[in-house]
Design a protein around this ligand. Structure first.
Ligand code: SF4
Length: 302
């Protein structure tokens, strides 16, 4: 089957079976085309929680599909590519964080949503890049432990100087590998473009940007802006969505910023998953119960 026939069959089956397809901004364009919602992890988490459908097919990496199940344990959540894992989520284990907490008694732990379900059971609250600053402010403490993204933690520190942010040594290789020279080269090629960067990038990259945004923040900023050209410093898949939403504007991706785990999700695997409604996301009941507290707090903070 060609791409058009695959898409047609997916749309037909999804309708027939009453399945909601959620897709992250970083998946390939073909998958964005057949999804009911394309968004960042915070919006997708809320959609999963609030969906009237009781079956969700999640196109993203594993922690996102797990979060959908944790927030809606009565729903069936299918993740077509369980091998799509976020390497950053493996950079902080539950046992390591429990040990770290002992060195900082009483200090709350904020976990980026890019973590395992098991780790979420021992933290106070989760956050995404869209609400990380608000989550830290909402805690109202003078110190927080932030795991695992060191770059995002450093960015939060600049936004909330009154709170000491105790950092962890994790990172997203896709964003961390972007160098200041890469950005300067693009800036010299497109001198009129607005530069938007994701807070998972290194501080030297963020310093060059006109604005620092989550992926959803980038979409909103470009929609509100009079500018016509934007350099988008995050995973390149986001620019597909931006071009669809704003065809009159130009979005220039950083071609090297590619998350291969997101790109594993193809039309073929989605169709197969829809047919079989497998593989289903499964987690132990106690993990769902304990991780839900930190995720519920996350989705409540707007
Ligand atoms: S882009 Fe980075 S943080 Fe996002 S899923 Fe890929 S590796 Fe993980």
């Amino acid at each position: 089957m060609d791409a058009a026939a695959l898409k047609e069959e997916i749309l037909r089956l999804k309708q027939e079976k009453g399945v909601l397809i959620l897709a992250h901004n970083y998946v390939i364009g073909d998958i964005q085309d057949i999804a009911d919602v394309v968004a960042d992890s915070l919006v997708l988490a809320r959609k999963a929680r609030d969906a009237s459908e009781d079956k969700i097919l999640f196109c993203g990496v594993d922690f996102m599909a797990e979060s959908a199940l944790i927030l809606s344990p009565d729903k069936t959540v299918v993740h077509p590519t369980p091998e799509s894992k976020c390497p950053m989520a493996a950079m902080a284990t539950k046992d390591e964080v429990v040990e770290f907490k002992k060195k900082h008694p009483g200090v709350p732990v904020v976990a980026y949503v890019n973590t395992t379900a098991e780790l979420k059971t021992v933290v106070d609250v989760c956050c995404t890049s869209a609400n990380a600053v608000k989550v830290v402010k909402a805690l109202g403490t003078d110190k927080v432990i932030f795991v695992p993204d060191c770059n995002l933690g450093q960015y939060i520190q600049t936004q909330v100087p009154e709170v000491e942010v105790i950092l962890w040594e994790g990172h997203c290789h896709v964003h961390n590998d972007v160098g200041a020279l890469d950005v300067m080269t693009m800036m010299s090629r497109y001198p009129d473009a607005v530069v938007m960067a994701h807070p998972e990038c290194k501080p030297e990259v963020l310093k060059l940007a006109d604005g620092i945004f989550s992926t959803e923040g980038m979409v909103k900023h470009a929609q509100a802006s009079d500018a016509k050209q934007f350099i988008v410093i995050t995973e390149e898949g986001l620019t597909y969505r931006m071009k669809k939403l704003m065809p009159e504007k130009e979005f220039i991706p950083l071609q090297t910023a590619v998350c291969h785990n997101m790109k594993r999700i193809t039309l073929e695997v989605v169709l197969e998953s829809l047919r079989t409604m497998e593989p289903k996301v499964k987690l132990p009941e106690d993990v769902i119960r304990d991780a839900k507290k930190a995720l519920d707090r996350m989705v409540q903070i707007v």
